[in-house]
Design a protein around this ligand. Structure first.
Ligand code: SF4
Ligand code: SF4
Length: 348
């Protein structure tokens, strides 16, 4: 990794160089909530001033750009009495992600483990992932962020360039040749000892701002022991089975596949749709049998996948502590409260 610094006005020049030939996706202000607080979203950006560099968490993660909620896996048509199949990985050009926070970069790293490097890689994800350039940016912890508890408050890999605001200038971590080459067109300087000290000071200040945390000590073991705990029923009674938590989660990747045939029988398509394990028919199979008809079981298995099964397979949890699920849940169910209740044996 290389460390450089550059003056703040150089960032706009970097944007112009990159945006001249690439699609750029970044955080923009989309609307205001009832308290007049901005609601942020990742969108295509064409002007530097549209990017909100000091944005708080977006409602939805950037995953719709590399793991779309709905995507055709293949289409079929009949030609000369024969089925012709065509596959499209649905990527037309590289995408530059401008300003991902550390938690969202770590979410991508976790998705890579299962969708790129496991026994059955997903080519549709791989095609998009290989065409991504990521610029990370530091953030201010929000009251609902517990990424520090999940070890996701800093990103060590999974980006090309990571920018930290040092007040007068930006401190830049460079991980790839492409990023290095872009920066050659700016006025940069090698990071000095005093820049490193300032950077570490900033990191220390950020650590102190976290107010939400969860204790993950022995969590997988505790989950094993508390599989039959009454708390799962209590949370299940609250849960609306709406699936919003999975929708907004940067690491939820479960999906269903639907096949449809055109009414004239001359074409068909196979479509993948992201799905939530909290939705009632998630575990329904052919013949109508449902392996998880009860709400508390579905909610429980979401937690077991994230904090038990994924840990067993990849030695880390499938949660980055972004807090989006808790912020979105209409029933007010948060990861920190659920985990705490499993440990104490009581929801209260
Ligand atoms: S968002 Fe809340 S209510 Fe909806 S499925 Fe998730 S935990 Fe249940
Ligand atoms: S489970 Fe909740 S806190 Fe964890 S990564 Fe998903 S949305 Fe973020």
């Amino acid at each position: 990794m290389l460390f450089k610094t550059f003056a703040k006005e150089e960032l706009k020049i970097l944007f112009e160089i990159i945006a001249a030939h690439n699609r750029v996706v970044g955080p923009v202000e989309k609307a205001r909530d009832r308290n007049n607080k901005p609601i942020y979203a990742f969108e295509d950006v064409h002007e530097f001033h549209d990017i909100q560099l000091n944005y708080t968490t977006t409602k939805l993660p950037a995953k719709r750009f590399f793991l779309p909620f709905k995507e055709d896996l293949s289409t079929f048509k009949i030609e000369d009495d024969k089925w012709q199949k065509s596959i499209d990985y649905n990527i037309d050009r590289p995408v530059v992600f401008w300003g991902l926070h550390a938690c969202d970069i770590n979410a991508l790293n976790k998705l890579d483990k299962v969708l790129l490097h496991s026994v059955y890689p997903m080519p549709y994800y791989a095609a998009k992932r290989k065409n991504m350039f990521i610029i990370g940016i530091d953030c201010e912890p929000q009251p609902f962020c517990f990424c520090r508890s999940m070890g996701a408050d800093t990103a060590l890999h999974g980006f090309d360039l990571f920018i930290t605001d040092l007040g007068e200038k930006y401190f830049v971590e460079i991980l790839t040749d492409t990023a290095f080459n872009f920066l050659r067109e700016l006025k940069t300087a090698d990071a000095l000892e005093e820049d490193h000290i300032l950077y570490m000071k900033k990191v220390d200040e950020k650590k102190k701002q976290f107010t939400a945390r969860i204790d993950t000590t022995d969590l997988t073991k505790i989950l094993d022991m508390e599989f039959q705990s009454e708390v799962w029923h209590q949370w299940g009674d609250k849960c609306l089975s709406c699936g919003s938590c999975s929708n907004v989660c940067p690491t939820c990747y479960c999906y269903g596949v639907e096949e449809t045939v055109n009414i004239d029988l001359k074409g068909a398509r196979k479509t993948k749709m992201l799905y939530s394990c909290n939705v009632i028919d998630f575990a329904e199979v052919a013949g109508g049998h449902n392996f998880r008809p009860l709400r508390h079981n579905r909610l429980k298995y979401r937690y077991y996948h994230k904090h038990r099964g994924f840990v067993e397979a990849f030695e880390e949890s499938l949660c980055v502590g972004c807090g989006r699920c808790g912020e979105t849940c209409l029933a007010g169910i948060t990861v920190s409260e659920v985990i705490a209740s499993v440990k104490t044996g009581s929801k209260e």
